[in-house]
Design a protein around this ligand. Sequence first.
Ligand code: COA
Length: 378
Amino acid sequence: MSDDPTFKPGLEGVVAAETELSSVDGQKGELIIAGFPLEELAANARFEEVCYLLWHGELPDQPTLKTFRTTMASYRELPAATFSLLAEAAKHGASPMDALRMATGTFDLDVAGESDMVKAKAITARVPPAIATYWRLLNDREVIPPRHDLSRSSNYLYMLTGEVPGPETVRGLETYLNTVSDHGLNASTFAARVIIATESDMVSAVTGAIGALKGPLHGGAPGPALDMVFEIGSADRAETFIREKLDRGERLMGFGHRVYKVRDPRADVLARAAERMYRAEGDMALYELAKHVEATAIRLLDECKPGRNLRTNVEFYTALLLHGIGLDTPIFTPTFAMGRVAGWIGHCFEQQRNGRLIRPESAYIGQKGRQWVPIEQR
Ligand code: COA
């Protein structure tokens, strides 16, 4: 047993890693990614720049970025086995997150003997084509092969729709992906670090992380958050709807956070990006309704859960932004994975450099001294 055997449910407040990748200050509502304030990085960087930053610790210069993007784009084709697996998953109607989890396990088939950096690029490059391919298969639509001349985000939307998206839409998606690229020792990142810390491999770590991200308490919330806005439908129904939900003891998706006790700074960045998109080419009425639902939810959460400081989290505006970009709700969480994969891999590299096997202890609360009873006497 350790010197401090106190059990911390959910490991709350326990520091289990040192990282240079991101700093989350839950009291100030501040997120720093590799030294940059989120607000600055998210709205300006291309996603590939953020990958490079998280994996190498520095921003790339122009030639470096060009080579990095080209190399990554060269892995966009899915291995044949990945495609067959996705086709089989579609026949069974698997959820997009389950399909992505299965597909990810095959992403390194053709690069098995290569370095971890090659695997990192292949995995990161293949997440969007796998989601887009699966979504089209599931909806009985012809699969669109990737294009190598487009950015990773642009190619994703192209593979989903067959149309090359406009710059405003791509900027919206890139801002989202950058915003969710890393976030301290969240559950999926912790899962990735636990796996890689055993000297297992990148694909296993990312596959495990996807499993952790799937749950509604982590990455599965944006779909339900948007459903709530649609169900409410008009501003005058918001108060009754939300009050009834809270009276039934239900949680409001898109609100509350384990670490942030003030407004999640990612919500602000995404709210601004969503407003920009909706003003440029979207349904402003939906945006206004969401703002009203948010304000009502916060007021009622303060009333029903006093002292809990439950505020808007990243998922609420994720939902609005991704809907505005034209994505269907079932692929919101896979799209989250498309951004967070940069952080998972950055943490794997960091864990490989500095880490130690992660092996906490448990406090045994079961019985002792029981006596074995042979099966025929039970
Ligand atoms: N709606 C209503 N009540 C909520 C709530 C929400 N979204 N989030 C927390 N609460 C309440 C809990 O019911 C609990 O109340 P109680 O003390 O009266 O029982 C209290 O606030 C503390 O909740 P707890 O589960 O201990 O907080 P946590 O730190 O473990 O939870 C989340 C963090 C994110 C899991 C939680 O806020 C949640 O479930 N949010 C909704 C899902 C979501 O948006 N997830 C995405 C996260 S980025």
